[in-house]
Design a protein around this ligand. Structure first.
Ligand code: S3P
Length: 173
């Protein structure tokens, strides 16, 4: 078990949840997903929260949850893809966490998420354009927020987990 949290950031479909649960098993750390906490609290799927309460409401709940989990220790935290839109989230997570940006190419993201109706921002007529547009806007934010960036496009879940472990054991940047 390591001190501090391992925090996974990145675009939808970049593997934050899969890599996060893999890491938690290998490192014997607790796995936390901020999206799951929001859904449990709201008793509603994220898609429905967006539809019925709006994105602004979701972002407020997300900020509350990030602020709470940032005080935890020894957890692997998978975050929602939009946390970098509010820099308070990044600053909170940094207090006790090492942030890993799981960088993934747009076409790989599309292949991974196509047919998945759970992501409101990509449930649009032209998801490829939406991915490109949102990715372009967020890429600098993910890079700026991250302690480490791992290009996951051609890696398996366990390969990404191995890289995270190597970096974390080598010390904070
Ligand atoms: C979002 C990503 C989603 C979820 C919500 C908004 C985003 O999480 O938080 O749909 O703005 O990128 P994942 O990154 O886990 O899909």
């Amino acid at each position: 078990m390591l001190n501090g949290n391992i925090v996974l950031i990145g675009f939808m479909g970049s593997g934050k949840s899969s890599v996060g649960s893999c890491l938690s098993k290998i490192l014997n750390m607790k796995y936390i997903s901020t999206d799951d906490i929001i859904e449990e609290r709201e008793k509603m799927k994220i898609r429905k929260i967006f539809k019925e309460k709006g994105e602004k409401y979701f972002r407020e709940k997300e900020k509350e949850v990030i602020s709470e989990v940032s005080n935890f220790d020894g957890c692997v935290i998978a975050t929602g893809g939009g946390i970098v839109l509010n820099w308070d989230n990044v600053e909170n997570l940094r207090k006790n966490g090492t942030l890993f940006f799981l960088k993934t190419k747009g076409n790989v993201i599309y292949e991974r998420i196509k047919g998945d109706k759970q992501r409101p921002l990509l449930s649009v007529d032209d998801p490829i354009s939406a991915i490109r547009r949102i990715l372009k806007a967020r890429l600098p934010l993910y890079k700026e927020a991250a302690d480490w960036t791992i290009d996951t496009s051609s890696l398996s879940i366990s390969e990404v987990a191995d890289r995270v472990i190597k970096k974390i054991k080598g010390g904070k940047k």
